[in-house]
Design a protein around this ligand. Structure first.
Ligand SMILES: Nc1nc2c(c(=O)[nH]1)N[C@H]1C(S)=C(S)[C@@H](COP(=O)(O)O)O[C@H]1N2
Ligand SMILES: [Mo]
Length: 310
């Protein structure tokens, strides 16, 4: 897995190799123990990511839950399809085109993007618009770090993202469920917010393909579909960029897509959610405004009518 990273920051470089190998063992046994709620606590102590002050204190979902129940329509629309079909995705080499209103546009190798970046472990909730949720120990870094490095021009107001569209490796592209490539966008202040990360891993392991390898967005106060996977292009724009779900069903999926228990999806309530897994405590729980991150992000939307800008 370390070989996926061509830059300096291979996992093997930040973690002594013996720790890395031990950790892999621990992860495997943590996966086996997951049904009793063990989430690899001791294993986490051995990885050289810095824990983030932005983490929730909720118990993360297990590796199996996080990597077996996915939405990644390029690989099919069933929750089990991405795990079944994403193995064929080639993620090395991987380049991200960064263009538009930036000082240093270009095609950046994934290895160069992560070289020298301080990886943090950030335990964030992922809340899907389908009204389920998970808690994921992401590994990642702030999107702002990358945007600062390429230099955002003063006229930029939005950031647009695109997923890879490679038909021979992505069977879902045959179906016009969405207008491919999958696209998403953020307002620049949302993109620069310290909660917004580019994730490269889960549980200290490189992202599995079904979770958006090698690089995906995570915006924890928004519905999961904003968290675009397997990113190949980032464009700084002056105007609000197109977003796939918004284009497909504008009355169901707004550009903002903030988790908001008070604004229902037209076909179902958003007031509660079902935590995936959950074991003994399975059941629905109330959904929190901005997915529980209101203290940090409510200010971004001051003065906006959130029933209109949903
Ligand atoms: N390219 C791409 N990104 C995507 C999706 C997708 O279909 N294609 N699905 C989104 C949705 S609806 C959700 S809920 C999350 C799921 O992330 P996970 O599978 O890592 O839990 O990915 C988001 N990112
Ligand atoms: Mo979703």
């Amino acid at each position: 897995m370390a070989g996926r990273y061509k830059g300096d920051l291979a996992w093997s470089a930040v973690t002594p190799k013996s720790d890395y190998l031990n950790r892999r063992q621990l992860i495997l046994s943590a996966g086996a123990a997951a049904t009793v709620g063990v989430t690899g606590g001791p294993a986490l102590a051995s990885i050289a990511t810095v824990p983030s002050r932005y983490s929730t204190d909720e118990t993360p979902n297990t590796w199996d839950e996080i990597t077996s129940y996915n939405n990644f329509y390029e690989f099919g629309t069933d929750k089990e399809d991405p795990k079944r079909n994403a193995g064929r995705l080639t993620i090395d080499p991987w380049a991200v085109q960064i263009d538009g209103l930036v000082e240093r546009p270009g095609s950046y190798d994934f290895g160069d993007i992560v070289a020298g970046v301080q990886m943090e472990e950030r335990i964030y909730r992922l809340r899907c618009v389908e009204a389920w949720s998970m808690v994921v120990p992401w590994v990642g870094f702030e999107l702002k770090d990358l945007l600062d490095r390429v230099g955002v021009q003063p006229s930029a107001r939005y950031v647009a993202f695109e997923t890879l569209a490679r038909p021979d490796e992505m069977p879902g592209l045959r179906y016009p469920v969405l207008d491919w490539p999958y696209r998403e966008g953020l307002r620049l202040d949302e993109a620069m917010h310290p909660l917004t990360i580019l994730a490269t891993g889960i549980y200290g392991e490189a992202l599995p393909n079904q979770n958006g390898a090698p690089l995906r967005l995570v915006v924890p106060w928004k519905y999961g579909f904003k968290s675009i996977k397997s990113i190949v292009r980032i464009t700084l724009t002056a105007d609000e960029p197109p977003a796939s779900w918004n284009m497909a069903q504008p009355n169901e999926y707004g550009f903002y897509s903030n988790v908001n228990p008070e604004v229902d999806h037209p076909r179902w309530s958003q007031a509660t959610e079902r935590r995936i897994g959950g074991g003994l405590f399975a059941g629905r729980q109330p959904t929190l405004m901005f997915n529980g991150y209101a203290d940090e992000v409510a200010g971004l939307y001051a003065g906006m009518d959130l029933a209109k800008f949903y």
